[in-house]
Design a protein around this ligand. Structure first.
Ligand SMILES: Nc1ncnc2c1ncn2[C@@H]1O[C@H](COP(=O)(O)OP(=O)(O)O)[C@@H](O)[C@H]1O
Ligand SMILES: [Mg+2]
Length: 368
């Protein structure tokens, strides 16, 4: 039987495990044992932390897995590619693992390739005020190597910056933060799949966040139909240049960008993986009909992905539950228009404060 390794077992990875089973694979799922749903869905669950690259590879080798994939986690990218390279499957070069998961290395690579970026600075402690000369205000402070809006601060002055930097550094695995000029604009992402260096843009996603100071995602919608058509060539051009700058050649990518009031397109960050937050697992499929997860599994196995639509395209959106009012809205829609709800999850504990995207209380996906 064909065997596929999936890195990660939480609710956002689970659709990939289900898809692989549907495609006839025996699934070998790797994650820290935490009672996550994927532990049950997996044909074989291996309780090994997703960062234990060599241990995971040894199990994959002994089990005879054909390929390895994951959905939307930067942490998993390193392990997926480590295993893929040892299996001899086509995947992105080593350098992509670093420059697509470290925000400072990414800014450097984009800038060197001529992709317009805000000015940026790497720090491990609050810098002297003079180090910020010419950057202006506001600025944004972020851990170099985290995701899910952890440790993100928009700051308006030096005192706020000096307070934010240690908090962002603390959140960072490598204990470093990046300070960037803040770009105002409307936020989107671009979902693509690449094979043998050829990029296929599948969808543009509109992103909704809490805004300053922490920018936690509150929802996403596809297609992003409010982008003026005249700007689409610049969007495509900027995204494709960014993918090339990061040497992305195989598999999914998720490029986050802003469109400024002047119509400039500016990359926020690029993941060499699917968008999380159900963008890769659900929204792309619903809005384009392309079976993105099957395409990612095919690409991981070294097969050119099938990008023909498998369902009629239509609008799709996800909304996240932050408060009891959000949960009530989800319940209302579930009752009023159950056919429009594609999937929903809710932890039933809206009293706990949401500090980043990992402790939101749930979500619902609709097809209207
Ligand atoms: N330079 C910037 N200018 C304006 N907003 C930014 C900038 N960098 C990040 N943001 C905002 O913060 C959010 C999180 O930043 P991002 O770099 O994507 O980190 P994460 O890995 O946590 O998603 C972005 O989605 C965006 O809303
Ligand atoms: Mg981001």
């Amino acid at each position: 039987m064909k065997k596929l390794a999936v890195i990660g077992a939480n609710e956002f990875q689970n659709p990939l495990i289900e898809k692989a089973k549907e495609m006839g694979f025996e699934t070998h799922v790797f994650a820290w044992a935490a009672g996550d749903i994927g532990e049950q869905t997996a044909d074989v669950f291996h309780p090994i932390s997703i960062t234990e690259k060599e241990a995971i590879w040894q199990v994959c080798r002994q089990a005879g897995v054909q390929a390895c994939c994951s959905i939307g986690s930067d942490l998993a990218v390193h392990t997926v590619n480590y295993v893929q390279r040892r299996l001899g499957n086509p995947c992105n070069p080593d350098i992509t693992d670093t420059i697509a998961t470290n925000k400072y290395a990414m800014r450097q690579a984009l800038t060197e390739a001529g992709v317009a970026c805000p000015r940026f600075l790497r720090v491990s402690a609050a810098p002297e005020e003079t180090a910020l000369d010419g950057m202006g205000w506001p600025l944004i402070v972020k851990p170099t190597d985290r995701s899910g809006s952890r440790g993100i601060y928009k700051v308006e002055d030096y005192a706020a910056l000096a307070a934010a930097v240690p908090l962002a550094v603390e959140q960072s695995f490598e204990k470093a933060a990046i300070i960037e000029q803040f770009i105002s604009g409307t936020e989107y992402s671009c979902e693509s799949i690449s094979f043998a260096g050829e990029h296929h843009i599948l969808a543009l996603t509109k992103k909704y966040t809490t805004g300053a100071p922490h920018f936690i995602e509150t929802g996403h919608a596809e297609p992003a139909d409010d982008i003026p058509p005249a700007l689409l060539p610049a969007v495509r051009g900027t995204v494709l240049s960014a993918l090339d700058a990061l040497h992305i050649a195989y598999g999914a990518s998720h490029a986050e960008f802003l469109i400024t009031p002047q119509g400039d397109v500016r990359i926020v960050e690029v993941g060499a993986r699917m968008g999380g937050d159900c963008i890769g697992s659900d929204l792309v499929y619903l809005s384009t009909g392309v079976d993105f997860m099957a395409a990612v599994i095919d690409a991981a196995c070294g097969r050119a992905p099938d990008l023909t639509p498998k369902r009629a395209p239509g609008p799709a959106r996800i909304r996240f539950i932050f408060t009891a009012a959000d949960a009530a809205e989800m319940e209302r829609i579930r009752r009023a228009a159950p056919d429009t709800v594609w999937r929903a999850e809710y932890d039933g504990a809206p009293d706990k404060a949401v500090t980043d995207s990992s402790n939101r209380h749930g979500y619902w996906i609709t097809t209207v």
